[in-house]
Design a protein around this ligand. Structure first.
Ligand SMILES: Cc1ncc(COP(=O)(O)O)c(C=O)c1O
Length: 398
């Protein structure tokens, strides 16, 4: 019988639907801000990464529009060929200054930074040591590398030390060791013990790489991120990776560290070298977003005020928020279907919060993941809390 080479496409999709694991996306029809239009309905947005409200900031938008006027909509090429704009260099200077570091390199996305750089830092004869809950882009970067891999239990320093001690006995000795961790874990909102990780790294001569996608704009002085939060130097944390797609409100990835790191990454990251450069509008918007963060550190304070108020209220109602320490506040309900129902019922009441289910989180820990926003008012938070309480009681969650 002749084989149908694409039959698996439908079969696999149908299997996903059967298991309730297919993505059913809602459609955003306005700017991402506290009150949005989603699927034609006005709702309070509780699940965007726009922590500081910069997505729709007038100065950030103006910078993007002016860049389009001057440069057009695309840079016309990869940076490595003919698309290397003065704006890209300005953004890199600005970011390095903001991070108080020697150098930053801008990538097209955070995913591309991890995927493009990790496999160049380590290869055959090396070891990568990675937290078990690291983001998928780190996992893919690790998979692309030919280095040996060891996964340590989530934020477990003893387990990390055990692996590093064993690595010392490896014969032949490892050429390089890279420890890689998320800064703030995206599903739970807990913070990696980066100071202790850096200590272990120094003891064992390992490089330390942190993905601070959810720590930027949130942790550290004026939202400078996790390296600032722990007051660490660039000799202790060698790669601070981040993204412009969350607190900065735009899109784009980046790494920050030494001049050596900058030159190495610039010449070796395949995603950077072989893909078109960030658009003029996005790049100018990122510059403006950093300027707003520098000028308005009170946004970070407001984000934390909102976080503390909301977290306390939902915990007092009896919700399980796990081990969050940041504006990512999971409300853990257990089963996949219950998390979906919780999210659906909240949406009917005008609260948009996304369900996170197995396999994104371990079985039995499905949740809705709330992300706080600096632009939410007390009334907005109370509206969210009242509705969480009502639906939580209706569904027997609290
Ligand atoms: C921890 C972490 N790293 C990397 C990324 C990827 O960033 P970007 O959206 O810029 O590709 C994300 C985004 O979801 C993330 O949460």
């Amino acid at each position: 019988m002749k084989r149908n080479p694409t039959a698996f496409l439908r079969e696999e999709y149908e299997k996903l639907v059967e298991e309730g694991l297919d993505w059913r996306l809602k459609v955003l029809q306005s700017a991402s801000q506290p009150w949005c239009i989603v699927d034609g309905k006005k709702v309070l947005m509780l699940c965007s990464n726009n922590y500081l409200g910069l997505c729709n900031h007038p100065e950030v938008k103006r910078a993007a529009m002016e860049a389009i006027e001057k440069y057009g909509v695309g840079a016309g090429s990869d940076r490595s060929i003919a698309g290397n704009l003065d704006l890209h260099h300005e953004l890199e200077r600005k970011l390095a200054e903001f991070k108080r570091a020697p150098a930053s390199l801008v990538y097209q996305t955070g995913f591309m930074a991890n995927e493009g750089l990790i496999p160049q830092l380590v290869g055959r004869g090396d070891l990568i040591v990675s937290d078990e809950l690291n983001h998928g882009s780190i996992i893919d970067g690790v998979r692309l590398s030919r280095a040996d891999r060891a996964i340590y239990k989530h934020c477990d320093l003893e387990d990390l030390e055990r692996i590093l001690n064993e690595a010392e006995k490896h014969d032949p000795p490892y050429r390089r060791i890279l420890i890689v961790t998320d800064g703030v874990f995206s599903m739970d909102g807990d913070i990696a013990p980066l100071d202790k990780i850096a200590e272990l790294g120094a003891e064992h001569g390992a490089m330390v790489y942190v993905d601070d996608a959810h720590g930027e704009g949130v942790l550290g002085e004026g939202g400078r991120g996790i390296v600032s939060h722990f007051n660490l130097s660039r000799d202790e944390v060698h790669v601070e990776m981040g993204t412009f797609s969350k607190a900065y409100g735009v899109i784009g990835g980046h790494i920050t560290g030494s001049e050596d790191l900058y030159r190495f990454a610039y010449n070796r990251s395949r995603t950077w070298l072989l893909s078109a450069s960030n658009s003029p509008a996005d790049t100018a918007a990122c510059i403006a977003a950093i300027e707003v963060m520098e000028r308005e550190p009170q946004r970070v304070q407001k984000l934390w005020d909102n976080t503390k108020y909301f977290k306390k209220a939902v915990e007092e109602l009896g919700f399980n928020t796990g081990k969050t320490q940041t504006p990512i506040i999971p409300i853990i309900v257990g089963e996949n279907l219950l998390a979906k129902r919780f999210s659906d019922e909240l949406f009917k009441r005008g609260v948009f919060v996304f369900p996170i289910t197995y396999p994104m989180v371990p079985r039995g820990t499905a949740r809705v993941r709330v992300q706080m926003n600096a632009e939410m008012s007390r009334e907005d938070l109370d509206f969210a809390i009242e509705n969480l309480e009502a639906v939580g009681k209706e569904l027997g969650i609290i």
